[in-house]
Each structure stands twice: as structure tokens, then as C-alpha cells.
Design a protein around this ligand. Structure first.
Ligand SMILES: Cc1cc2nc3c(=O)[nH]c(=O)nc-3n(C[C@H](O)[C@H](O)[C@H](O)COP(=O)(O)OP(=O)(O)OC[C@H]3O[C@@H](n4cnc5c(N)ncnc54)[C@H](O)[C@@H]3O)c2cc1C
Length: 387
């Protein structure tokens, strides 16, 4: 299915595909069995500079646009690898870049660019508040030259594989703010210093190998100089990074969809039952063709979101639609791929069941489909807020 390689950034796409060829299905299957982190893969991507493409050159990155980053993520997934292990290293730093002090940028970004510092943990979701982020209960209370943090986060992915975590906590109680979105602040937490000194990390086993955790903060001391931007404005800072996150994950879903469609079409041509290839039956052909059409439509929306983003606009609607349509396309393609393979779709050695489990996540995280539909209904179509 070579013709579906998108035309932008051809050299980057080919180079990423070459790198990924060194990490075949057996590599991912072995990790999956033991729920191990793909350290070697992440190291290779880091050394090649791919995780630093969004960091400006003055801070040691390559200063490329979101289209390059999305192309990298797409090609990783298209090759059957799993970028979820490290995608956040690309974009979590955006909050520091946009809202951090010059001192923070100089201190952290060049080391994030080389991989010396892994800034890929993002502590927002909590067990009780869920999607209702502004109701979160983690508090950070100023005491002299530090903040004392108490609370709990859940689904803090890669916390065990990060040197720094971007943490959202309430600094002004809910009953003392004019708006629920006020009074939240963002901090950079030094994970090594914090572990055992107020921070506990507990891994969560999930249906796919995702290195996700729950974390507990019990009088964790965070130096006041680690506050990012102004106290109380953290929710806006987190929101400002969401378009990039959604677009990059949409790119990953497009890559997944291409991988599934490629597998399904190839198998349909080869597998002969009743004396002819199964792909000669329209009952097999049409679902694959439909998945392909839906993937291409979603890909156009991803490109539109990237175009607006790179033009300096705020493509909230397009980023959300890109994420939803691309996640739907990858989910549909995953289903079709399993169905086309019959019983073999369930065998580990085909990698389909693994990728099927991995891509399912994007119906829920980092934002679930319902919340995207609610956003469109309210902010684009002007209907009343439903929550
Ligand atoms: C593997 C994994 C990794 C993750 N990594 C991170 C991470 O690194 N950092 C982080 O902060 N978070 C992370 N998350 C959290 C993720 O962003 C949330 O799971 C997601 O936003 C949904 O929130 P929730 O699980 O609390 O669901 P809930 O908010 O409890 O919602 C449950 C269901 O109800 C629906 N729902 C809720 N409210 C409404 C409404 N008003 N209208 C219609 N439907 C509604 C939701 O769509 C969802 O389907 C991760 C999650 C997973 C599973």
C-alpha cells in the first residue's frame, strides 16, 4: 500500500520507517508479554532526534513544525511500532516552551532535546474527578520557597520512565475562585528527587503494554521556582497544549489504520478458501475498502488541523475532529483486519491482536469521543452545554 504514504516530509518518513524496521513484531511481542517498556526503541528515536523536532533550534531541537512531528508519529504506527511509549516527550515540553520562564527554558529544554531529561509524564487525570478536570482535588499550598502538594493522580503514563512530570494542582480552593478554571497551577516535578520523599508510583496493568501508573503525593515539596508561568493560570496552560496533543495522536491513529488496512488487503489477496482468494468476495473486500475510504477522509482532517495549527491559528474544532475521526478510522480498520484474518487474527504472532488492543485506547484517551462531540455541539454548533 505504498501509495498511501502521505506526500509531506518524505525524507523524514522514509528515515523513520528505516529506524522502525529494526524493531519488528517479535520485539513488541516480547515486551507485551512482560509488560516491559521499549527502552531501546525510545533510545533510538531519541538519538535520531525525532522526539525533539518541536523544540526550537535555540534550545537544542530541530525547530520543525507540527506536520513533521505528526509524520513521525504516523510512520511509527504504520510500521507496527508503538509511539505511545514516548509521544509525550514531543509535546509535554510545549507548556514550558510557551509559558515557562527563560530560565526554565534554558535549564530544561536543551536536556529534553538530547533526551538527558525525559519530560513525558503528565499528571492531570484524577480518580474522582475524571474528565471534569477543574474538580480535581490535588492541592499545592505555598509554604516559604516551596509548594506542598497533596493528592492523587491516575493514568499518569510513563511516570516510571520520566525525570520530570508536568503536574496540575489546585493552588486556590474552588470556593475562593470566580471561575472553576481559575486557581489551578502547573508545576515541574523532579521525579528522582520526589520518589520516596512524598511521591509514590504504583503501576497499573492494562489491556495493552502502556507503562501507565497511579501516583500518590503526600506532602510532596516542590520548589516554588518549579511553578510554570503564573500561579492560578495552569488550566489555560494545559488547554493550550491540547491541540498539538490531539493532532499528533490523530496522526498515530492514521498510521495504525494504514497498518491494519495494509495487513488486511495483503492477507485477503493471499488467503485462499473454497478454491479462491477470500479477497475476491465482496463481503471481505468492501469492509476493507470502506475502512480505507474512512481513513483517507480522516487523514484530510488531520492535514487541515495541522495546516491551521502551523498557520498560527487555534484549530480547536479541527484538532478534536481529526482525533475523533482518525481514532474511529483506526478502530474500524482494526476490526476489519481481525475479521479478514479469521482465527489467525487472534494469534499473537500476527501482531493484529496487539495493535487492536493498542489502538482501542484512542476512543477514550487523551479525550473520549463523547467529550469531543460535546465540544462540537457546544462550541461549533452553539447548542446548550450538556455538562
Ligand atoms: C492507558 C491510559 C493512559 C492515560 N494516560 C494519561 C496521562 O498520561 N495523563 C493523564 O492525565 N491522563 C491520562 N489518561 C486519562 C484519560 O485522559 C482519561 O481516561 C480520559 O480522559 C477519560 O477520563 P476518565 O477515565 O476519568 O473517564 P470518566 O470521566 O469517568 O468518563 C467515563 C465515561 O463517561 C463519559 N462521559 C463523562 N462525562 C460525560 C458527559 N458529560 N457527557 C457524555 N459522556 C460523558 C466519558 O466519555 C467516558 O466514556 C490515560 C488513560 C488511559 C486509559
Amino acid at each position: 500500500m505504498a501509495e498511501t504514504r502521505a506526500p509531506d516530509h518524505p525524507e523524514i518518513r522514509e528515515a523513520v520507517a528505516r529506524l522502525c524496521a529494526g524493531f519488528p513484531g517479535e520485539y513488541w511481542r516480547a515486551l507485551d508479554r512482560d509488560m516491559r517498556y521499549p527502552t531501546e526503541f525510545v533510545q533510538a528515536l531519541t538519538e535520531a532526534g525525532y522526539l525533539a523536532v518541536l523544540i526550537p533550534e535555540e534550545y537544542g531541537g530541530s525547530g520543525l513544525g507540527l506536520s513533521a512531528a505528526a509524520a513521525i508519529m504516523e510512520e511509527i504506527q504504520r510500521a507496527g511500532c508503538n509511539g505511545a511509549a514516548c509521544h509525550a516527550q514531543m509535546y509535554v515540553m510545549g507548556t514550558v516552551l510557551r509559558h515557562g520562564s527563560e530560565d526554565q527554558k534554558r535549564r530544561y529544554l536543551p536536556k529534553v532535546a538530547t533526551g538527558e531529561l525525559r519530560l513525558q509524564a503528565f499528571g492531570v487525570t484524577e480518580p474522582t474527578s475524571g474528565t471534569d478536570t477543574t474538580s480535581l482535588r490535588t492541592t499545592a499550598r505555598r509554604e516559604g520557597d516551596a509548594y506542598i502538594v497533596r493528592g492523587q493522580k491516575i493514568w499518569t503514563s510513563r511516570a516510571e520512565h520520566s525525570d520530570l512530570m508536568l503536574l496540575l494542582a489546585r493552588t486556590t480552593p474552588l470556593d475562593q475562585v470566580a471561575k472553576k478554571t481559575d486557581g489551578l497551577s502547573v508545576f515541574l516535578v523532579d521525579m528522582q528527587a520526589a520518589l520516596g520523599h512524598g511521591l509514590t508510583i504504583r503501576p497499573i496493568r492494562t489491556m495493552m503494554n502502556h507503562a501507565t501508573t497511579e501516583i500518590f503525593m503526600d506532602d510532596l515539596r516542590v520548589p516554588a521556582e518549579n511553578l510554570v508561568g503564573e500561579e492560578g493560570r495552569g488550566f489555560r496552560y494545559i488547554l493550550s497544549g491540547m491541540n498539538a496533543e490531539r493532532i499528533l495522536i490523530a496522526g498515530e491513529c492514521i498510521g495504525d489504520a494504514k497498518w491494519f488496512i495494509d495487513k488486511a488487503a495483503s492477507y485477503a489477496k493471499e488467503r485462499a478458501v473454497f478454491g479462491r482468494p477470500i479477497g475476491q468476495n465482496q463481503g471481505i473486500q468492501f469492509p476493507i475498502a470502506r475502512a480505507y475510504a474512512n481513513m483517507r477522509a480522516a487523514e484530510l482532517m488531520v492535514r487541515e488541523a495541522v495546516r491551521l495549527y502551523e498557520a498560527g491559528q487555534n484549530p480547536g474544532a479541527e484538532a478534536n475532529m481529526a482525533k475523533m475521526l482518525a481514532a474511529d478510522a483506526s478502530n474500524e480498520a482494526a476490526n476489519v483486519c481481525i475479521q479478514t484474518h479469521g482465527g489467525f487474527g487472534f494469534a499473537e504472532e500476527y501482531d493484529i491482536e496487539r495493535k487492536f488492543r493498542e489502538t482501542r485506547l484512542y476512543q477514550v484517551a487523551p479525550i473520549s469521543t463523547n467529550l469531543i462531540l460535546a465540544y462540537l455541539a457546544e462550541h461549533v454548533l452553539g447548542m446548550p452545554r450538556s455538562y
